[in-house]
Design a protein around this ligand. Sequence first.
Ligand SMILES: [Zn+2]
Length: 402
Amino acid sequence: MSDRLYYQDAYQTRFRARIVERVEEDGLIAVVLDSTCFYPTSGGQPADRGTLNGRPVADVFVRDDGAIVHLVEGELWSDEVTGEIDWQRRFDHMQQHTGQHILSQAFIRVAGAGTVSFHLGDSSATIDLDNDRLQAQQVEAAELLANRIVWENRPVRVRLVSLAEAQQLDLRKLPDVPGDVVRLIDIDQFDLNACGGTHVAHTGEVGMIKIVRLERQRGNLRATFLCGGRALLDYRQKNSLVNHLSATLTTGADQVEESVSHMREELQAARRQLRHQASQLLDYEAERLLARATPSDGLRIVRGAFTDRDPAELRALANLIAAAPGSVALLGSGGQRTQLVLARADDAPGQMDQLLRQLLPLLGSSGGGGKATFAQGGGPGAPAERVEQVLARAEKLLLAQR
Ligand SMILES: [Zn+2]
């Protein structure tokens, strides 16, 4: 079994070791060392990165037999290696992981909410709490308590005890890994928990703990949080976003929310007005088209071909025309797509659905349908002139139907 150097000292970044096994895996060299500083993916924490004899380490994991396998890009000629871990990544994981212990204990103290799982991702970390009914004030109180523990810069000690001893202690959670020795992370007079991860030596190194999102999930409450460097990066981005919005809206940062909500109300009012005016315009258009159509035998046929007209608008126009007694609307739109809308007043003659079936083949389409008083269909794009010809044909067919 490899000696896990990170168990004793999370701050050690360089080490010398001997390769005790080498195999090839997915075109990469996989090596097992007699000792290593590389933390393998486990316990919700991702693996370290770094180098072995200058070659990049692509991944580190624990094999079924417990050996720690390092996947290396490139050749390792010597059996003696010098390893170096990516400290920035390691320290980030130490901040997030220690922050998680503090936050989990803070939720117990403030709301009696236990942590059922923890995940540390590349940009954020989450804990799932066993109570999805927490109030906003409880969450804020837990966040504040967690940060107080950070500010108090309490020592974080690592202790090894027997399993029997661990069972006597007031641990947040007993380890689920087999073995007689249990590794405890002891945050001075605040939290005691079994954990195999990497942690900072004093809580002050966590920097700060910020909860950024809460989601209810199957009876649990998932809290996404950021610690230390990640919290700073997030603050930087959000600060720059607010400053940018504030400059765009020419208002103070504390007025941005009010300003956006005011703009939204104005936009809604403008949209309402636009809808009202569009509807008035359509009424006027329908009247104008009806006035232009010459009645014959008490029947007024309104024909109109347009280009790229909104289908909903075309339907509304047809319905307005057909609302006038003795009227028939034969409307169409060409352009990107072809639309035909045929409508008639209840007292006008003609079978609109039948008429549409006769017309659609002329436009190379078969998509559409309707009833005796209203039918619509569409097809591939065509110029408005073509649509006009089809509508002229529609008028002839309609008059022949009588
Ligand atoms: Zn831990």
